[in-house]
Design a protein around this ligand. Structure first.
Ligand SMILES: [Zn+2]
Length: 600
């Protein structure tokens, strides 16, 4: 292995024409050299591994090449080769700012600059990581930058330009180096593989490129390792093992199960991923990366830098969801990433996030309910459908059990202006639907368990004592019916209806009198057809549609009367009572007819 040069060095660009991804910077430098307008000091700024040092060496060669006029170094003369090989070249000095950051180091450097170049045109000083210099060192450098000898050129490189004093920056020509596009990197990796006589699986190089996040050096270093690991044949399995990347199949199944609200499967897959050695942060980052792709697909675009297999998977996922939902999912994951940075129990954070993902549909339903609840109890503010994103915020794992004293989903109930009403509505998001969905078992899951408590408290709202008075079959019908109704906006509107029940062989509806004008006319043939189909799903029989005129005493008059009898404390005028009970409370009572009032 003696004499082996790593790929990153062997395939370093040697002339401006070889530069990949930083063509703009190369063009600017080349043309200023050609016109003889080159600055005497340059500051190259940009993330690590994107070619700053390579460009600095090319520029040094271009200044000093013995063969060529300014513009493009020949790459073969003695100066060019000595710079390439990093061997003795009296006129080009390269130092690392991190290890030579003291004022003495800079003074020595400047001392040497007093002498004219030995064989080339300029004495060139390259300072890498220049932001690491001490203040005194910067001051010493500044003096020379202000009045440099005619034969001196400085090339400073930094990953943190803002840490370089303004006085230094203002005396340099600044060039920004961008992260490389993944397909630029993948293309280069392909060329390197050809050059090395190595065959890589088709899907491997784009994945290596994407993993490098814009850094060519990292990509080449990784490829080097993969070639070594695979004894000449880089393999996808090695890539996944070395980097903690998960297989496309696994990520796809995980998101797919989340979209199907299959919490058990999502948990199983997450465990599998963590067992395979993926760190929690890796897992979250990759899910975010995939969801970004799904989001672009949902919006009708084509995600960049993805292999064919992954593109197909993203398109498939996108077809099963919508932009709002994906945004909400991203919200949950980004919040989880934030939390992960603050605590060590990464596995718990990941599990909570994934369960939240799988339950978003339910959470969104709850947000709608909260939104509509605000509309009914406080008609001054028009109902505004809470977006799933709002639901996600409400659901975001910030709401830990200890936080129950400060209910989370304020965002989800934007229309309630009555502060006291707000306080009486704790944070019940996932729980209510959970009871309606046979798949979920709230108590068994940490997230829902965390919220079950406040939900139960909501159930214990004043009227709860009379909960048994609510005819259970009707309540079940309402829930099942709403779940069977296609379309979020129609469902949202139905939640505002003052009557919605199954009576004999009729579906009885009473549209709201107040609030924003309705979007749907239940009597229009299309809507009626959808409603009756949903009703049939809910009760198993074909019903006829009966529309009731809205009156001042709506739907649950019976409930209201029963309430005021059984619970005189709930005065008929209170905002939650007006309108036959706050829909949230009503809904909670439907779901937990046996709930007890813990307050009274
Ligand atoms: Zn040359």
């Amino acid at each position: 292995m003696a004499g082996y040069t790593v790929l990153a060095n062997r395939y370093r660009p040697r002339v401006f024409a070889d530069v990949v991804g930083q063509e703009d910077a190369a063009r600017v430098l080349q043309s200023s050299l050609r016109d003889g307008r080159a600055a005497h000091a340059f500051l190259f700024s940009g993330p690590r591994g994107v070619g700053k040092t390579s460009m600095a060496r090319i520029l040094a060669k271009a200044f000093n090449c013995l063969e060529n006029a300014l513009g493009e170094p020949c790459g073969t003369c003695r100066v060019c080769t000595s710079i390439d090989e990093g061997s003795e070249c009296f006129d080009v000095e390269e130092i690392d700012g991190a290890s030579h950051n003291r004022v003495e180091n800079v003074r020595e450097l400047i001392e040497r600059l007093r002498f004219a170049p030995v064989e080339a045109r300029f004495r060139i000083t390259i300072v890498d990581e220049v932001h690491m210099l001490s203040t005194a060192a910067f001051n010493a450098l500044l003096k020379t930058l202000e009045e440099p000898p005619a034969h001196a050129k400085f090339i400073l490189a930094t990953t943190e330009p803002l840490k370089v004093p303004e006085t230094i920056r203002s005396r340099c020509q600044i060039l920004d180096f961008r992260r490389l596009m993944a397909d630029q990197i993948a293309l280069r990796l392909g060329q390197v593989c050809d050059g090395e006589n190595v065959t890589a699986p088709e899907e491997l190089l784009p994945r290596v490129a994407r993993h490098a996040q814009g850094g060519m050096r990292d990509a080449l270093t990784l490829l080097d390792q993969l070639i070594t690991f695979g004894e000449g044949s880089p393999r996808v399995e090695d890539f996944e093992r070395l980097t903690g990347r998960l297989s496309a199949e696994l990520l796809q199944s995980m998101l797919s199960s989340a979209l199907q609200s299959d919490t058990a499967e999502v948990q199983r897959l997450a465990e599998q991923a963590l067992d395979r050695g993926a760190r929690p942060a890796d897992l979250l980052a990759q899910l975010v990366e995939w969801l970004e792709g799904v989001l672009v697909s949902c919006a009708g675009g084509t995600p960049a830098d993805r292999g064919d297999q992954e593109l197909a998977a993203l398109t498939d996922l996108a077809a099963r969801t919508n932009v709002d939902h994906v945004v909400a999912m991203l919200d949950v994951l980004l919040e989880a990433q934030r939390r992960l940075r603050q605590r060590h129990d990464g596995q718990l954070v990941v599990e909570m996030a994934l369960i939240s993902l799988a339950r978003l549909e339910q959470l969104a339903g709850m947000a709608e309910l909260l939104a509509s609840g605000g509309a009914t109890s406080a008609p001054v503010a028009p109902a505004r459908p809470a977006s799933p994103a709002a639901a996600a915020r409400a659901a975001s794992p910030r709401a830990t059990p200890s936080a129950t004293s400060r209910p989370a989903p304020r965002a989800a109930a934007p229309s309630t202006q009555d502060g006291s009403a707000m306080q009486r509505e704790p944070a019940p998001q996932p729980a209510p639907r959970a009871a309606a969905s046979p798949r979920s078992a709230p108590a068994a899951q940490p997230v829902s368990a965390a919220h079950a408590a406040p939900a139960a408290k909501a159930a214990a709202a004043p009227q709860a004592a009379t909960a048994s008075a609510t005819p259970a079959p009707t309540a079940d019908f309402r829930t099942r019916f709403l779940e069977a109704v296609p379309g979020r906006s129609l469902r949202l509107e139905l939640l505002r209806y003052t009557a919605l029940r199954h009576e004999g062989d009729a579906l009885v509806l009473c549209p709201p009198r107040d609030g924003p004008p309705p979007l749907y006319d239940p009597q229009s043939p299309d809507v009626a057809k959808q409603l009756l189909a949903a009703a049939e799903k809910a009760c198993g029989a074909r019903l006829s549609l009966r529309i009731e005129e809205a009156s001042s005493a709506p739907d649950s008059q019976a409930d209201s009367k029963a309430n005021s009898k059984a619970n005189p404390a709930s005065a008929p005028g209170s905002s939650a009572e007006a309108g036959g009970g706050n829909p949230i409370e009503r809904r909670v009572r439907e779901l937990w007819p046996d709930a007890h009032d813990v307050d009274g």
